[in-house]
Ligand binder design. Structure first.
Ligand SMILES: [Zn+2]
Ligand SMILES: [Zn+2]
Length: 253
């Protein structure tokens, strides 16, 4: 299973960097995980959007869905559509208005997922855990049934005790690490320190920190995360267009 980083900022795009979006690929399936602002432009550099097999959304905050509308227009308007049938866009159903907006004429179709579902998409098996965030949000576990590689994406969440057990067994853990470790007050995202704790508790070897801040020095964010794991975890700082193959993730960095 391969992950291509399309966007990794939290909140809003800046500096030519998109907000959350990841292309997840196996031999048989092309999945877009979240579809933030600027994601479609970056996706087009890696894959004809008509070759997407599905889109999966963690929640309906704009920094995760801003490009859904233009992706729907792509499927409606772009020339040389290679195959018939709509693009499936998976979202939770606890916000009816946003869920229904995933339907667009005959071009895209809203498909539901729920917390206890085991969703099979091609050779991917996908499970969910509700996180703690101001709107309903799900952490997402994606298993490649051919290779048994596992990717866990925390979605947006503050740190909470139960999250670690869901993240166990991940070959790659992609986290919401929006804050440096000196962040004070109400937090709806994790700090570098909390990400480190999560990685230790979940016993994972590889963490890609994401949903990153537009300010400060991201190398510090990475170092803080590493320190919180006593330098025992491989912490990866994303770059736009970075491709991570889960089979050799441990050798990255
Ligand atoms: Zn977000
Ligand atoms: Zn959010």
């Amino acid at each position: 299973m391969k992950v291509t980083v399309l966007g990794y900022y939290g909140g809003y795009p800046d500096n030519g960097i998109a907000t959350s979006g990841y292309l997840i690929q196996t031999e048989k399936f092309n999945l877009l995980l979240d579809c933030g602002s600027g994601v479609l432009l970056e996706l087009e550099k890696h894959l004809n959007p008509y070759n997407l097999d599905a889109v999966l959304l963690s929640h309906y905050h704009s920094d995760h869905i801003a490009d859904v509308g233009v992706l729907q227009h792509y499927w409606q308007l772009a020339p040389n559509k290679p195959k018939e049938g709509p693009l499936s866009i998976y979202g939770h159903t606890e916000d009816e208005e946003h869920f229904n907006a995933l339907n667009w004429f005959d071009d895209t179709v809203a498909k539901p997922y729920h917390e206890d579902d085991v969703l099979t998409l091609g050779d991917l098996e996908i499970t969910f855990k509700k996180t703690q965030h101001p709107v309903v949000t799900f952490a997402i576990k994606i298993k490649d049934k051919t290779t048994n590689q596992v990717l866990v994406y925390t979605g947006d969440t503050r740190y909470f005790e139960d999250l670690a057990s869901f993240c166990e067994g991940a070959d790659l853990l992609m986290t919401d690490t929006n804050f440096y470790d000196d962040k004070e007050g109400q937090k709806w995202h994790m700090t570098s320190e909390e990400t480190g704790k999560l990685a230790l508790d979940a016993n994972v070897n590889n963490v890609l920190i994401s949903h990153l801040p537009q300010y400060g020095d991201l190398d510090d964010l990475k170092k803080q995360t590493e320190m919180a794991t006593n330098n025992s975890v491989n912490v990866i700082l994303p770059k736009t267009g970075m491709v991570i193959d889960l089979k050799d993730v441990k050798s990255l960095n």
